[in-house]
Design a protein around this ligand. Sequence first.
Ligand code: FES
Length: 238
Amino acid sequence: MPQTHLVWLEAPEIAADARPGQFVMVRCGNNHDPLLRRPLSIHQVTAAGRIALLFSVVGRGTVLLSRRQQGDCLDLVGPLGNGFTIEPDSHRLLLVAGGLGLAPLLFLATKGLDEGCSVVLLMGTRNVSLLYPLSSLSSRITCFTTTEDGSAGVKGVVTGLIAECADQADQVFACGPISMYRSMACDGGLKRGRVQISLEVVMGCGVGACYGCTIKTRKGLQQVCRDGPVFELDEVVW
Ligand code: FES
């Protein structure tokens, strides 16, 4: 996956507390430049106290992070935010990843499998080079892929597959671009109150202090970092 990095960190306190959908704020450089930390989803967690972060290089902070070497120390704050909730009566989970939206969903898939749920994963990207390697996924996950140029899987966007899979799912969990959520919000076939989405926004503090991540919801203004990043699809005003 070009310009994409997977970093494993020894972070036993974070690994012990982390829930799928939560994130960490990462100081990307060796000092206070850049000043703001970057929010990154927790991608995977091991019982041995390691966490994985999966990220794309999109700006100066992530360029610096991508240059860190094995053995370096990273300054992290986390786990932060409210993660995904698998309801007690849910046994069949449908996960929808748009692009690198897969980052928090793999942790959720592992938790779902551990709890005895079946997991179907829909992954959509622009082309085959951006697809997460299927060989890195558990064989217990049923996976379907789409690419916009048709270079792998079904040609089109990932939301095109949701309708036929959502009927057989007790809950839907999604992470991807806003356009994907807008399309899902218009899909009358999705069960209301059973679709959780993870919002990716620019953050300043990550802990509810700066109000830089405020969004409109049906409950009023909320902070993505503190009240989310996971929300019910119906809750957000698009
Ligand atoms: Fe500061 Fe959310 S990033 S309030």
